[in-house]
Design a protein around this ligand. Sequence first.
Ligand code: B12
Ligand code: SF4
Ligand code: SF4
Length: 387
Amino acid sequence: MLVFHSGLVFHSGLVFQSGPAFQSVVPSSMNEVPAAIIQEEAARLGLTLTGLLSTAQVREALLPDIDALRRWQSAGAAGDMRFMERSPELFGDLEAFLPGVRSIAVFAISYWSEEHHPPVLPKGYGRVARYAWGRDYHRVLKRRLKHLVGMIEQRTKHSIAYRVFTDAVPLLERAIARTARLGFTGNNTMLITPGIGSFTFLAEVLWDVQPVAESEPSNPRGQCGACRRCLPACPTQAIVSEKFVDARRCISYLTIEKEGTLSEWEAEALGEWAFGCDICQDVCPFNHDNRPPGTVEELTSARGSGSLLNLIEVLGIRTDAEFLSRYQGTPLMRPGREGLLRNACCVLANTNAGEAREALHAALSLDPSAVVREHAERALTRLERAK
Ligand code: B12
Ligand code: SF4
Ligand code: SF4
C-alpha cells in the first residue's frame, strides 16, 4: 500500500498559486510516497498543476455540484449528449470507476500558446477552437499519466492499481479540480486558475494510493467578482445565467457533439466556427495576463491542424478512409466526416464564401451523406440569396 498526503496543490514551476499551508511529508516507511515525488514526476511531464484528494474529500465536496448537475439535466441542457444523462451521483462516485480506489490525483495541463486566432477570417476558411489545434489530447495526456504512474512505481518499488481519464467518463472533472484547489468555477463554467487562465485540460489518476492526512477543502483564491463579460459575449446566449451553460445553444456542442442535421438557427449560430468555440474564454480577463505557455509540445498547432481549416478542401473529402488519413490522431475526428463537412457548409454560407460554390455543388451531387448533401444545398441557396 502506498501512502501520501492529500489536499495539496503544486505547480510545475510556473506560478505559485493559492492553497492551504500544507504539511511537508517525510517518508516514514517503505509504503509512503511523499507528494513531492508525484509533483516532481508530474512537472517533468509538463503537467502544469497537480492536486491530490482522498475519495472522501471528493464525495463530500461534490454534493452541491451534483445538485447543479441534476438541475442542468432536468432543464434539458445536455441536448442529445446521452453520456451526460446518467445518474448525477455517478459523476462523483470514484468507486464506480475503480473499485478499491483510495484517492485521486487531478492535473490541469495548459495548452495556451502565444499564437492567436487570426483577427480576420480568410474567405473559404473556418475557425478551430484552441484546444483542438494540436494532437488528440486524450491520447497525449493518457500516455503521460500512465508514464507518471510507472515512474512512481519505479521509484517506490510498489505496484499501483489505477485508471487514468481525461474528458472520457462521467466524472465532474472541473468540480474535482476546484476541490483540489487548482482553480475556481467561472461564470462561463470553466475551471480558471489565476496566473494560468482557463486554456487548460483536466486529467486525473484514480488509484489505490492511501492519503495519510486530509485537509478540509476550502475555496481557492480567485473569483469572477463583479465581472460578467462572458455572458453578453457569447454569440448564442448559451451562458443563460452565471455558471450555467445550455449546451443546446453552445457552438462547441453544435459543431462537435450534435449529430445529424442542424436547424436554420443552429447553422447560422456557428458563425465562423467549424470546430468548437473560444469566445467566452478569449474575453475573460484571467486569460489576458502575461501567462507562460503550456509545455506539452504535442498540443501546439505545429503538431496538428492549427487554428484554421480550409473548408473547400474539407468539402472534398468523400470517404471515411480519406478523413481518417487526414485527421487521425487529432481532436477533429470527434464529429466524424459527416459532422465536419456539415459544419463546413454552414460556415461557408455564414461567411458568404462565394468561391466555395463549385465545392458545394460537387458535395451536393457526389457526397455519400444525405446530411452533407442537405447542408450543401442549403448553403448554396443562402449564397444565392446573398448575391
Ligand atoms: C459535457 C461537456 C461539454 C458540453 C457542455 C459544457 C458544460 N458547460 O457543461 C459542451 C459540448 C458544450 C462542452 C464545451 C466545451 N468544453 Co467540455 N466538457 C464536457 C464534460 C464531458 C462534462 C461537463 C459537465 O459536467 N457538464 C455538466 C454541467 C452541469 O457542469 P458545468 O457546466 O461544469 O457546471 C458546474 C458549475 O456550474 C457548478 N456550479 C453551479 N452553480 C455553482 C455555484 C458555485 C458557487 C460553484 C463554485 C459552482 C457551481 O456545478 C456544475 C457541476 O460541477 C467535461 C469533461 C468531464 N468529464 O468533466 C468537458 C470539459 C468541461 N470541457 C472542456 C473544454 C476544454 C470545453 C470547451 C472549452 C471546448 C471548446 N473550446 O469548444 C467548451 C467550453 C464551453 C463552456 N463554456 O463550458 C474541459 C474544460 C477544462 C477547464 N479548464 O475547465 C473539460 C473539463 C474536458 C477536459 N478534461 O479537459 N463541453
Ligand atoms: S463556447 Fe462559445 S457558444 Fe459556448 S458558451 Fe462559450 S462563447 Fe458561448
Ligand atoms: S469573463 Fe468574467 S465573468 Fe466570465 S468567467 Fe471570466 S472573470 Fe468570470
